[in-house]
Design a protein around this ligand. Sequence first.
Ligand SMILES: [Zn+2]
Length: 55
Amino acid sequence: MAGKRKAYVRLQCAVCKRFNYFIHSSKRKADAGTKLEMKKHCSNCKKHTNHKEAK
Ligand SMILES: [Zn+2]
């Protein structure tokens, strides 16, 4: 049997557009239907920036 394909979402820095975080979508089913957005540290910008969900 083939393994389940794991769905995940990428969090993209709103400033430099880099993908800094990868999270499994199963962890956000409580937020289903809404775009994930959070403040996270970006190693490229060297500061906390807004990170948005990208497919
Ligand atoms: Zn950045």
